[in-house]
Ligand binder design. Structure first.
Ligand code: 2P0
Length: 348
């Protein structure tokens, strides 16, 4: 019976506080601006992936949350696997006695510990876990930074899920993507008081996918061009400084402004893209009112390509922030039946 080789890893969901939106090269997933994210706790949100290979497997197969995916029609998945096989074949060439794992078919089993229908970004954790699991299976010498260039080609935001804590994706300058990679800015333990909560407003699948939404934005929005060239580079520096100094006031202001600008850019796209709904805007007003009454930033909100909110707050304000949002959730109309008031999160 041929041997089965196997490796398992987990990867966290990441939520950007400086948003990635726009590609300068769709083939290599090269972004038009750098971005920065926070990895959420793996207790509540993570992808667990097991990669195995064997001479007895007759084709590559991926099972995603129990259902078989068609690998042959998933070009991004194929690119990731091909890149990893190439690196493994180099290892085999340099170590003539080693097993030729690069020639065997792969079986990949990937599961999220959160409902896929929760409307939360799962492709980032998914591609990060897949790349890392195969890299471990192949015992590749490449660092997480180097592997992030491969995960990036699966899904842009996936490159940031190879790290815990605070991670930047540096857009790079090269046309071949060799310097478009993620790196850790700070560990989770650097800022122990930082907390996050997710407010699941709707589990519905988003109307416009990120990939097609950003292409429409690149083609039609002038605000987008200004943002990418003149605003994000400054915000990236300011956000790194805020994190290094554990300065919640600056962190919150930048997070809120960048979320709102990302949605303004979506609105500036032709035809306009609406990811926020009435409940999202209600949450924005509530957080703004909370901060106004407190006279400082207590809760920082951010929204990705969908209506669900992520709130960042300091542990000293947990009762205040979660109490308010839970209370309002109970009373508010318009929260869909699959909504959950909040899922308090730590960080990975
Ligand atoms: C982000 N988003 O920085 C931004 C904010 C959504 C809004 O990264 O086409 O799923 O696979 O590279 O990574 C979503 O985009 O898109 C995303 P692809 P991806 O998190």
């Amino acid at each position: 019976m041929p041997q089965i080789y196997q490796a398992s890893v987990t990867a966290p969901v990441n939520i950007a506080v400086i948003k990635y939106w726009g590609k300068r090269c769709t083939k290599l997933n090269l972004p038009t601006n750098s971005s920065l994210s926070v990895a959420l706790s793996q207790e509540n949100l993570r992808t667990l992936t097991t990669a195995s290979c064997s001479e007895q497997f007759d084709k590559d197969i991926l099972w995603l949350n129990g259902s078989e995916e068609n690998v042959a029609s998933n070009s991004r998945l194929i690119i990731c696997i091909e890149n990893l096989r190439l690196l493994r074949s180099r290892v085999e060439k340099e170590n003539p006695g080693s097993q030729t794992l690069s020639k065997m078919n792969l079986h990949i089993v990937s599961e999220n510990n959160f409902p896929t229908a929760a409307g939360l970004a799962s492709s980032a954790a998914g591609f990060a876990a897949l790349v890392y699991a195969i890299a471990n299976l192949y015992k590749l010498p490449q660092s997480e930074i180097q592997l992030s260039r491969i995960a990036r080609q699966g899904s842009g935001s996936a490159c940031r899920s190879l790290f815990g804590g605070y991670t930047s994706w540096e857009m790079g300058n090269n046309d071949d993507g060799s310097d478009s990679q993620a790196q850790q800015v700070a560990t989770k333990s650097h800022w122990p008081d930082m907390k996050a909560a997710i407010l699941i407003i709707s589990a519905a699948k988003k109307g416009v996918s990120s990939t097609s939404g950003m292409q429409a934005t690149v083609a039609t929005s002038t605000l987008f061009t200004y943002r990418a060239q003149h605003i994000v580079p400054i915000r990236m520096q300011e956000m790194k400084k805020a994190i290094a100094a554990r300065d919640f006031q600056s962190f919150a202001e930048l997070t809120i402004k960048d979320s709102n600008q990302f949605h303004a850019v979506c609105l500036d796209t032709m035809p306009p893209i609406f990811y926020l709904n009435d409940t999202s805007r209600y949450i924005i007003r509530l957080a703004e009112e909370l901060n106004r009454v407190a006279g400082k930033y207590v809760a920082a909100y951010t929204f990705d390509a969908g209506p669900n909110a992520v709130l960042y707050y300091l542990s000293e304000n947990t009762q205040l922030v979660l109490g308010l949002f839970r209370e309002c959730y109970r009373k508010a109309k318009g929260w869909s039946s699959d909504a959950r008031p909040c899922v308090p999160e730590g960080f990975n």
